[in-house]
Design a protein around this ligand. Structure first.
Ligand SMILES: Cc1ncc(COP(=O)(O)O)c(C=O)c1O
Length: 375
């Protein structure tokens, strides 16, 4: 028998693998599945970005370098400047990543000494599962901070002390769609200074908003402990391209540049060139927001008419819905070909909720609305 590393062997199946299995079974039975499960956008990638990729495919593609193309680092820094009013040095404060998941996963390996007393990685739950998994593979200790409705889905910061190495935050938040105000980041930055930890801010959904553009952790007065993860996956519907960046203080970027060549996680240069076009264009992002808005407008009234309560959901592509019997409703919808995620997929504090990822087409959302109406 081949031995498997215990961290992997003891890990539960990645929740969305289970959803994918359910989807395949339904498809095999000939059911027309409407999939609100995984947050993988079905929106088209804008033609200008696709064309830029095609134009950039060279006769021979050498290994890309971990530092990335200067054009991409400049595009990323320029975007941060326009969007958040912060000035970043593209050479020392930015590194491109393969989407953001791999960089999120490996941060604890780069920054945490698992043999020291400062080895806690803290994060809110319900959550995207990768903060925890990355911490476990790095041998760090995990501390979860419940994100509750009565605290606007912001974590209580009281339990954070000198044993903490990294605090993960993710606003706009998956799965609740909650936002964090700048004061929250300011308070966290002060605590980080006092207890000597870093803040890792996963901002994958910062561009999918409905009323006001969300703030970034980069906007705090002192960003010397802020590590921000950005991605084109949701903003530009480019999940399959795998392109993002980390913006962080020079010591962290230097550490990432030292670590990443070993793992081989530099994005392909043709993807980097398409990414330059994506970061420099806002028209397609406006259009994308418009599409999500249209889908929300179809589903929200039906959900409310059912007496279910839409909670937070101010940004992201998700609707976080408080329902009386989350598991039973998930099952009943599944039987009718509509896939949603039970809130407990994202952690124990997700009990009593379900999440709709607004990824099906507008037409599918209308069909799902009719199914919901009859449920
Ligand atoms: C909260 C959150 N962060 C990060 C990611 C990673 O996205 P990517 O690796 O495509 O940038 C996702 C993807 O679903 C997510 O939901």
């Amino acid at each position: 028998m081949i031995r498997i590393a215990p961290t992997l062997a003891e890990m539960a199946t990645y929740p969305f693998v289970r959803l994918e299995e359910a989807r395949r079974e339904l498809l095999a039975q000939g059911v027309d599945v409407i999939d609100f499960g995984k947050g993988d956008p079905n929106e088209p990638t804008d033609p200008i970005i696709r064309q830029a990729l095609v134009d950039a495919v060279p006769e021979r593609a050498p290994y890309p370098l971990a530092a990335g193309l200067p054009e991409l680092r400049e595009a990323a820094a320029g975007w941060c400047g326009r969007r958040f009013g912060v000035e970043l040095d593209p050479d020392t404060e930015i590194v491109p990543t393969l989407g953001s998941k791999e960089a999120i996963f490996s941060l604890a390996q780069v920054l945490v000494d698992p043999h020291s007393s400062k080895r806690v990685v803290a994060f809110g739950e319900p959550a995207y599962p990768v903060y925890e998994r990355g911490a476990l593979f790095a041998g760090a200790e995990v501390r979860t901070l419940p994100l509750l409705r009565e605290n606007a889905f912001l974590p209580s910061l009281r339990g954070l002390g000198d044993d903490v190495a990294i605090v993960w935050v993710n606003y706009p938040h998956n799965p609740t769609g909650a936002l964090a105000p700048l004061e929250f980041y300011e308070e966290l930055a002060e605590l980080a200074e006092r207890h000597d930890f870093v803040i890792a801010s996963d901002e994958a959904y910062s561009e999918l908003w409905f009323d006001e553009p969300p703030v970034s952790a980069l906007q705090v007065a002192d960003r010397s402990r802020m590590i921000v993860f950005q991605t084109l996956s949701k903003r530009s519907s480019m999940t399959g391209y795998r392109s993002g960046f980390v913006a962080a203080p020079p010591e962290v970027i230097a550490a990432l540049k030292a670590y990443r060549p070993t793992v081989g996680t530099a994005p392909q240069e043709f993807v980097q060139r398409a990414s330059v076009v994506a970061w420099n264009d806002e028209r397609h992002v406006e259009e994308t927001r418009g599409r999500y808005r249209a889908k929300r407008d179809v589903l929200m009234p039906v959900i409310e008419r059912k007496g279910w309560e839409i909670v937070a959901s101010e940004a992201t592509m998700y609707l976080w819905v408080s329902v009386p019997y989350a598991e039973a409703i998930t099952e009943a919808l599944l039987e009718r070909g509509v896939l949603i995620s039970p809130g407990t997929f994202f952690g124990p504090s997700g009990a009593g909720y379900v999440r709709f990822a607004l990824v099906p087409t507008l037409e599918e959302c209308k069909r799902a609305a009719a199914i919901l109406e009859e449920l």
